[in-house]
Design a protein around this ligand. Sequence first.
Ligand SMILES: [Zn+2]
Length: 234
Amino acid sequence: MSVKSGSLYSTIPRLERIPFLIHGFGARLWKEDDYKNRPEWKDFKLVLLNQIHSNIIQVIDNVPEEKLKGDAAITGLPFLLLIIKTADCLPALIVDEPQKVIAAVHCGWRGTSKRVIKKVIQNMKNHYGSDPALLLVALGPCIGRECYEVGEDVYKSFKQEGLSTEFFRNHPLRRQKYLFDLKGANLSQMVSEGVEEKNIFSVEICTHCHESLPSFRRDKDKAGRTLSFIGMSS
Ligand SMILES: [Zn+2]
């Protein structure tokens, strides 16, 4: 799938078919106020996280009064819009259609090295009784594996955490640099928890290459953020 120029957010067709679900990955012009300006979403409360590149997961059983700290949120409550902000990091939206449970996850290299998405799947299993084989996952735009240059520190932290380094390739031109496949590393963590590859859908766009998407590596402090969102209407 692709982001058409001028469109405000992109969606995954398989998830669009779920009647109670809304979701999307915002383009550069999509802002927080845009949720409030849509009459059909007026009943939704926005849940934004204070993201810290951790593996802290907020399981939301009561409507939160204040901003929560962490890099993933899971809920079975309707009318909450879970929002993740990224610029090159990978946003992941997860839905358990039979149990009516949703999750939004921020996966940067740090969170990935701390297995944040693996923990989310485990949490959905333990807390909500989700069957991983039935989970549907939407992976949003992130920096692609041809563009994501990282240093020795990133490679070493994966090794220290006992994670496979198969998602690192030696940089073809630069010594002691690697190209890291962020999406591949997260996909592998989910599959190891029982998520089926056929149920993982991906927006195959590199934020670094695609001008309509925020990229921290390309634009630094001017990058803005992609807002990814998921919510249930009943
Ligand atoms: Zn790229």
